[in-house]
Write a protein that binds this ligand. Structure first.
Ligand code: ADP
Ligand code: MG
Ligand code: ZN
Length: 478
């Protein structure tokens, strides 16, 4: 590989999460019974006419701005003609020569550097239906629920130079799109799909090599693996003195290889022409400015602000901003208890763990920021041990009760009261005379053992720091 440079350009199809479809009033919802979300327009019945959904425009403008694109205010659609059973009209309404957005960029962190990936264009189109191949019935079934789902296709320049960079771009793009709330970006549900174009060329060469277009990857990991396989295959092909064929190749997840699907000769001529059923229109500057005003903070902006405002480490901040709802929860927490670092630790530690095992997000939990910070504060003040605190958090989520209620009900408060702890310590010293003697001779690391014994006697409810102090004091005085 070392003689070659890898060149990658990515095409991402994003399903927009509007309530209705792009050219009709059908619900834009996933997972409904087949062919229940359809009407004459999205079934392509003769005489039906499309009407452009205004909300789709808002979403598209947000994406265009977030990707620093030039917005083309002249909105025009084109027909992309091809025949396939999942496409009832025999053409897809798309944008050909005048995409709504072009010439943008996305900054990504890759390794230790920040790199700018240029966005060539982003355009609107409609999704096709879905074929379901049923070997048992020896036939294929078609579900048109997806037909007419609004899509934004986002195309990069061939600026990406490794499979890892492609992965990093996709990760950053997904996060940015999630911040905009324009799509759920779920590759498993197909709401985000990615085709990857890849070629290699001799280092220093000016011309691009012949590319292969890779399809059928259903995770970012698969995109990376497919690109890794393909850059090696292309290098081997060239080293064997053969030419790279321009073709579309399918990723086979089981075998972890790409397989040729069709060559350039078999490529479609789509006979694009302007869509006569939709009148072109212009978006006025005021509409664009209104969207710009409500454009939410980007992940990068939030990252920089959190660093400054809360004095967190880059590492903590990076984790915190991966989920914008969790980041918002964090900010609300700091208004209740201004200990940002401690709150952050509890969010990216125990709380994230709870969310993970429950496979849910913060917004579906009924956890109030003030209740959460009460808990954090109780641990800080030594009323609860760290471990008990975690258990209380879990119980809070299960029961919707606040920390104090759970502590009272279960008798969980940490024992910090001196005279109680002293009694326990004395007992422990009596039972472990040898260890106590060693400590007296200066073997300080044996203290931990006695602390452990005392914790046992209190079912973990004693304050370990205090225990350590008392043990030292009592042994010195013996
Ligand atoms: P096509 O006409 O085959 O769709 P495009 O020129 O529209 O090709 O480019 C599609 C995507 O492929 C873009 O993301 C672009 O950056 C990328 N691309 C184009 N040429 C190459 C190449 N030689 N190597 C790698 N990627 C490429
Ligand atoms: Mg293309
Ligand atoms: Zn419809």
């Amino acid at each position: 590989m070392s003689d070659f440079q890898t060149v990658i350009g990515l095409e991402v199809h994003l399903q927009l999460n509007t309530q209705s479809k792009i050219f009709c009033g059908c619900a834009n919802t996933f997972g409904q019974p087949p062919n229940t979300q359809t009407c004459p327009v999205c079934l392509g019945l003769p005489g039906s006419l499309p009407v452009f959904n205004r909300r789709v425009l808002d979403h598209a403008l947000k994406i265009a701005m977030a990707l620093h694109c030039n917005v083309n205010p002249f909105i025009k659609f084109d027909r992309k003609n091809y025949y396939y059973p999942d496409l009832p009209k025999g053409y897809q309404i798309s944008q050909y020569d005048l995409p709504i957005a072009n010439n943008g960029f996305l900054e990504i962190k890759t390794g230790d550097t920040v790199k700018r990936i240029n966005i060539r264009r982003a355009h609107l189109e409609e999704d096709a239906g879905k074929l379901i191949h049923d070997p048992a019935a020896n036939c294929s079934l078609v579900d048109y629920n997806r037909a007419g789902t609004p899509l934004m296709e986002i195309v990069t320049e061939p600026d990406i130079h490794s499979p890892q960079e492609a992965y990093d771009y996709l990760t950053e793009l997904k996060l940015s799109l999630q911040y905009l709330d324009v799509s759920d970006c779920d590759m498993e549900k197909g709401s985000l799909r990615c085709d990857a174009n890849i070629s290699i060329r001799k280092k220093g060469a000016k011309e691009l090599g012949t590319k292969a277009e890779l399809k059928n990857m259903n995770s970012f990991k698969a995109v990376k693996a497919a690109l890794e396989f393909e850059e090696n295959r292309q290098a081997q092909t060239i080293q064997a003195g053969e030419k790279i064929a321009q073709e579309t190749r399918l990723w086979n997840e089981q075998k972890q290889i790409t397989i040729s699907m069709r060559s350039k000769e078999e490529a479609h001529d789509y006979r694009y022409f302007p869509e006569p059923d939709l009148v072109p229109f212009t978006v006025d500057q005021q509409t664009i400015e209104e969207i710009r005003k409500v454009l939410p903070e980007s992940p990068a902006e939030k990252f920089n602000r959190f660093l400054k405002q809360y004095a967190l480490s880059e590492y903590d901040t990076q984790i915190l901003i991966q989920d914008k709802n969790l980041a918002a929860f964090f900010e609300e927490c700091t208004t209740h208890y201004p200990q940002a670092k401690k709150i952050c630790n509890w969010i990216i530690g125990p709380l994230a763990q709870e969310l993970n095992t429950r496979r849910t997000g913060i917004t579906t939990l009924n956890l109030k920021p003030g209740d959460f910070t009460d808990l954090v504060q109780k641990v800080d003040e030594g009323i609860l041990s760290n471990l008990t605190g975690k258990n209380v958090l879990s119980a809070m989520i299960d029961t919707n009760k606040n920390a104090q209620t759970i502590i009272s009900e279960k008798g969980l408060a940490q024992v910090s009261d001196d005279s109680t702890l002293e009694k326990i310590v004395d007992e422990v010293i009596r039972e472990n005379e040898k260890t106590a003697a060693q400590i007296k001779e200066g073997k300080e690391n044996a203290i931990g053992f006695l602390v452990g014994q005392a914790m046992r006697k209190t079912n973990g409810k004693a304050n370990p720091k205090k225990l350590g102090d008392i043990i030292k004091r009592r042994i010195q005085n013996v």
